[in-house]
Structures are given as structure tokens and as C-alpha cells.
Design a protein around this ligand. Structure first.
Ligand code: DUC
Ligand code: ZN
Ligand code: ZN
Length: 479
């Protein structure tokens, strides 16, 4: 006998989609949005009252490092169970993470291994992958043709960390050329690795070992130079570029310049750059300062203001988390000089509410939050409108956000496995009340529900692909 339809009617809320803001009910049937408007309950509907609340598309986080390995053997704190629980609790229903192939490992093999490992861990949210390339040669670049068939439409290069994962300008330019041919999006970590290495050597020679020197040795010009170079090479290759984790006004200015010049360039900032600043590292005890070490580093309050403004005016396209947590009393490596500290912060759970604080402060309207936190990352990922919006036929991924209640961030109550939070004690407006992944409640009244994770791999369309021919996820239907 076929299972009865799973039906939910979310009623009485203010629906925010790419089509605008309106008082509207929304009905989910069998994991998809079936109807939107003034809807009467029908037999079998489970009723969810969203009065006084916003109903938003589930968040799409374009940049996470769940269960990831850095420096050869150091793993981030979250596995896919805890990382996806943190995502869901924070209103994010899709994450695009990273598959990092070994030096000589075929891309297809690496992706198959990555997918098997994720699936085994039972994620609560849907997921896709960017593929990381390290100094790719022609053999590797030839393999990129396989990616669209494997459901991957983006690659990432680091322009920092020489001797570890950095790619040089030839590798960057050739990747951009290949990506342009194949309709792939190229992500770059834009910092000048060689210049930073020299500044680090000079600092260490002068006996500067404290965490604040992590920031002093990665000044905004090292970021701006790399953005300028990557955007110029993308233009030359006629490729589409996405700059991850922009942190400074100077780098942002380079991005704006490239866009004004007609470059197909997209920019992301991350929640931590909006609310953390460099003063947190300066003069603080080592273990305290280490909590805020990420790359690029936290900048000034003026930089923060520019990033907020750019999210509002379209200078930046995406608000991501770069969720990259390391256990403070463990893998974060607080002892020794600043170069030992692992770069990265948790944030997947806090991203959406930090973004919402911009709405409350009048930086941008709530429709813009939906664009930067859901719709635009979904478009760039090649999964829109199935993800990132609430339209008839979209996946029933939704968040009920209560604007009348405030949330206090704390490691005591968060869902990540990491043992600290850089946002400890911070209070923001709004509360993630309910979350649905393909129509199934994963958070109800602010509480994460126990249940089997049935997050699915998302095959993503290329930038040149026909969006209406969107490949389906492994299981389930494409609307
Ligand atoms: N860059 C990232 O994008 N994530 C974590 C560390 C880093 O340098
Ligand atoms: Zn990076
Ligand atoms: Zn990252």
C-alpha cells in the first residue's frame, strides 16, 4: 500500500521569497511546495501556526568544512551528524561543502569516497560539493570534464598557503580557462601566500609570536592584491569567478572594480567578518585570542560596515559561514607561535540570525536576506529553484523565524561538537522556531528533533546548463 501523503499547512505567517513579502499560507505535500496563498486546511494537513513569524526558504550555506582535514591530518570538530544538526538548528537546510582529492587521486574516485562517507554519517540536511584543486596540471585539468556528470559545478583554489595547498598563477589561469569551457564556477581563497609568508618570517624573527600577529601578517593589501589578480585572470580567461570570504574594504573595492568593468565575478562574505573585529585578538591572552583566528583575519569596524553595506547594495552576493571549527582544547593548537593555530571558526548555526540582525538594524530588507542567504547561493550552486526559494514545485525547505524573541549564542546550547563559540554570549534579534527539510520537521519550537538523517546529495547544474534540466538528487523527485 502506498504511504499516505505527508502534508503540512504552514498558515498565518509572512512569507518571504524571491517574489517578495506577503501574508500567505504554504502547503507542503510529499516534500515539495504544493500551494501558496490563502489556503484552507484540507484533510490530512498537519497545521503549523506561523502567526507573527516570517516564513523563509531554508538557508543555503555555500561554504562549510564539515568533517574536513587540514594540514594533512587535522580534522574539523564536526562530523556530518553534528555539523548538519548545527546547520538545521540555525535554519540552514542545504550546505555546499568540499571534496578534497589526494594529489594523485582521480577526481571521480575522491568524490565517490566523499559521498559514501557523508552518507554513512546520516546528515540531516541536503548537501553538495565543490572540488578543491591544488596546483592542478594538465592531467588534472583534463579530468574536470567529468565533474558536471558527477553533479559538481565548481572548483576551489587557494592562492595562499604556499607549500601546502596554494596554486600559482599558471595553475589558476589554466583552471579558469578550462572552467570557462566547461561552465564551471571557480572559487578562490584570495590572499597572496608568498607575501604573507615573508611577513610571517619577519614577525617571527622579531620575536612576535602572539595570536594578534596572525592578523598583522595578513593585512588587507595581501587580500586585495589577490582579488585584483584573480579577477583580472578570470576576465582574460572569460571565466566566472567567486571570491570566498571577502573580509576587507580594500578587497571589496577590487571586486567592485572588476564587476563594474564587466567581469563575471561574485563575492561572498562570512558571518564572522560582520560581527567580529581585530580588537578581539589584540592584547588578549593567547587562548582567548586564538578563538578568533581565521583567514583572512577579522578586520576593523570600518571594514565591517563596508561589508554590511555591500550585502545590502549588491556589492556582495552571498553570506556564507565558512564553518570550519577546531576544538579549542585540542586541534585548534593554541600553544606555540601564532602560525600553529588552525585557521577557521564555527558559524553554520549562527549565520542566518547574524544575517537577520542586518534586517533588524535596517541595513537591508528581509527580501535581501533571502537573496544572500538562500536564493543567490542556490543559483550559483546550480540547484535553484529547487533550493533557495519557496515556489510551487520547490523542495519544502523552510524556516519559521520568530522576530519577537531574541537568541543568545552559547557553546552550552549550540549543536556543533566544537567546545567554544567565538560568539559566546552575543545576543541577536529573532529565533529559529521551526525548520523543515523536504517537508519534514527537523526543528520544532526551537528544539532539534531526533530522527534519522536523510539528507541527500545534490547534483548541481553547471553555469552554462539549462536550469530546467536540473539533475535530480540521488533519491527523490525533482519538481
Ligand atoms: N580558508 C577557508 O576557506 N576555510 C578555512 C581556512 C581557510 O583558510
Ligand atoms: Zn579560505
Ligand atoms: Zn573555507
Amino acid at each position: 500500500m502506498p504511504e499516505p501523503a505527508r502534508r503540512t499547512l504552514v498558515h498565518g505567517g509572512t512569507l518571504v521569497t524571491s517574489a517578495g513579502v506577503a501574508a500567505a499560507d504554504v502547503r507542503f505535500v510529499d516534500g515539495a511546495v504544493a500551494a501558496i496563498g490563502a489556503l484552507d486546511p484540507e484533510p490530512g494537513d498537519a497545521l503549523v501556526d506561523a502567526s507573527g513569524c516570517f516564513v523563509l526558504p531554508g538557508g543555503v550555506d555555500f561554504h562549510t568544512h564539515i568533517d574536513a582535514v587540514f594540514r594533512g591530518s587535522i580534522r574539523t570538530a564536526d562530523d556530518w551528524r553534528t555539523g548538519s544538526a548545527a546547520a538545521a538548528a540555525g535554519g540552514t537546510t542545504t550546505v555546499i561543502d568540499f571534496c578534497s582529492p589526494g594529489p594523485d587521486q582521480p577526481l571521480a574516485e575522491a568524490l565517490a569516497g566523499w559521498r559514501a562517507r557523508v552518507e554513512e554519517q546520516g546528515p540531516l540536511v541536503d548537501y553538495g560539493a565543490h572540488v578543491i584543486l591544488v596546483q592542478p596540471g594538465e592531467e588534472r585539468l583534463a579530468e574536470l570534464a567529468e565533474l558536471p556528470g558527477l553533479g559538481v559545478s565548481s572548483v576551489k583554489l587557494y592562492l595562499a598557503y604556499p607549500g601546502r595547498v596554494m596554486s600559482d598563477d599558471r595553475a589558476l589561469f589554466r583552471t579558469l580557462q578550462r572552467a570557462a569551457e566547461l561552465g564551471l564556477l571557480v572559487l578562490v581563497h584570495a590572499e597572496n601566500g608568498h607575501a604573507i609568508d615573508v611577513l610571517v618570517e619577519e614577525a617571527l624573527e622579531s620575536g612576535e609570536v602572539e595570536p594578534e600577529w596572525h592578523g598583522h601578517t595578513r593585512p588587507p593589501l595581501t587580500e586585495a592584491e589577490a582579488v585584483s589578480r584573480a579577477t583580472a585572470l578570470a576576465r582574460l580567461a572569460e571565466a566566472e569567478l567567486y571570491v570566498v570570504h571577502l573580509s576587507s574594504e580594500r578587497a571589496l573595492a577590487e571586486l567592485r572594480r572588476a564587476r563594474a568593468d564587466g567581469g563575471r565575478v561574485h563575492g561572498e562574505t562570512c558571518s564572522h567578518y560582520l560581527v567580529l573585529d581585530e580588537s578581539l585578538l589584540i592584547g588578549a591572552p593567547r587562548e582567548e585570542a586564538a578563538k578568533f583566528v581565521c583567514s583572512p583575519p577579522a578586520r576593523t569596524r570600518d571594514d565591517q560596515a563596508e561589508l554590511w553595506a555591500a550585502l545590502g547594495d549588491g556589492g556582495l552576493d552571498v553570506l556564507a559561514s565558512d564553518h570550519c571549527p577546531f576544538v579549542l582544547h585540542g586541534e585548534k593548537i593554541v600553544d606555540g607561535d601564532f602560525t600553529h593555530i588552525m585557521n577557521g571558526l564555527p558559524g553554520v548555526e549562527q549565520r542566518l540570525l547574524i544575517g537577520y540582525s542586518g534586517v533588524e538594524r535596517g541595513v537591508y530588507p528581509i527580501e535581501r536576506l533571502v537573496e544572500i542567504a538562500s536564493a543567490e547561493p542556490a543559483r550559483l550552486a546550480g540547484i535553484y529553484p529547487r533550493k533557495g526559494d519557496l515556489r510551487v514545485g520547490s523542495d519544502a525547505d523552510a524556516v519559521i523565524l520568530d522576530p519577537a524573541v531574541r537568541t543568545r549564542f552559547s557553546a552550552e546550547t549550540h549543536h556543533s561538537a566544537v567546545d567554544y563559540l567565538p560568539y559566546e554570549g552575543m545576543e541577536v534579534p529573532g529565533r529559529i522556531r521551526d525548520v523543515f527539510v523536504r517537508g519534514r520537521a527537523v526543528v520544532a519550537d526551537g528544539r532539534l528533533l531526533d530522527g534519522p538523517g536523510d539528507g541527500r546529495f545534490l547534483a548541481r547544474a553547471t553555469r552554462s546548463g539549462d536550469p530546467s534540466a536540473l539533475p535530480a538528487s540521488d533519491e527523490g523527485d525533482t519538481p
